[in-house]
Design a protein. Structure first.
Length: 217
């Protein structure tokens, strides 16, 4: 007949108030885990089950040393780190050391020549002011279709000529100049009134649709 070995055992409540001898092993019958004792600590040290069933839901990592671990953030529901004030963020130095830092409340002015700068998925509705140097009064930024912006001057459509210079937009200009050929698809809505100086022709492949009022002077 085989020999049956049993260790001293008790419920979790009983185990928590029991101080075993140094090196003694008991069994917590509530959690079905073995408990190692050191002769002084009440409750001993429960071993972690293979199925992690007795892993605490909240683990307090309080230490002044270094904690080295690989943590899958997808398995972490709440991570509480003390220190830092409201609005601070954790920043790494690239060598595994984290420190609390203050987020910038404003951005430095970008001056000079900035090469290969891209603004991707930018919501300019959140930008209060964008200051870009260069360009004359009435000029506009235009793209070459490849992401390069340059200052441009309006063509015949939209120009004013007169007292303030050959091309201007200031008070005092006398003549409104429009092109003689329409080279875009345009619709004058039923709620709109429009006028232009003729004669005007419509370039091939383009359409002028008048739903409202259009007066050719």
């Amino acid at each position: 007949m085989s020999t049956e070995l049993k260790y001293r055992r008790g419920t979790t409540a009983q185990t928590n108030v029991f101080t075993g001898a140094e090196g003694e092993v008991t069994v917590d019958t509530t959690r079905d885990v073995v408990v190692v004792h050191d002769g002084t600590t009440s409750g001993g040290f429960p071993a972690l089950r293979q199925d992690l069933n007795n892993l605490p839901s909240n683990i307090d990592l309080t230490t002044t040393g270094t904690i080295t671990a690989n943590i899958d953030a997808g398995d972490v529901t709440t991570l509480t780190i003390t220190g830092g004030t409201a609005g601070k963020f954790l920043q790494t130095n690239g060598s595994g050391v984290l420190s609390w830092q203050t987020a910038a409340s404003s951005f430095d002015e970008l001056t000079g020549t900035i090469a290969n700068t891209q603004f991707e998925n930018t919501d300019f509705g959140d930008v209060a002011n964008v200051h870009i140097g260069g360009g004359a009064l009435g000029s506009y930024l235009k793209t070459d279709g490849s992401g390069t912006l340059t200052w441009g001057t309006p063509d015949g459509g939209g120009m004013f000529k007169g007292d303030n210079g050959t091309i201007g937009v200031g008070v005092g200009d006398i003549f409104r100049v429009n092109e003689a050929e329409l080279n875009a698809n345009v619709t004058i809505l039923s709620t709109e009134n429009a006028s232009a100086t003729g004669p005007i022709s419509v370039a091939n492949t383009y359409t002028l649709t008048v739903e409202g009022t259009l007066v050719i002077l």
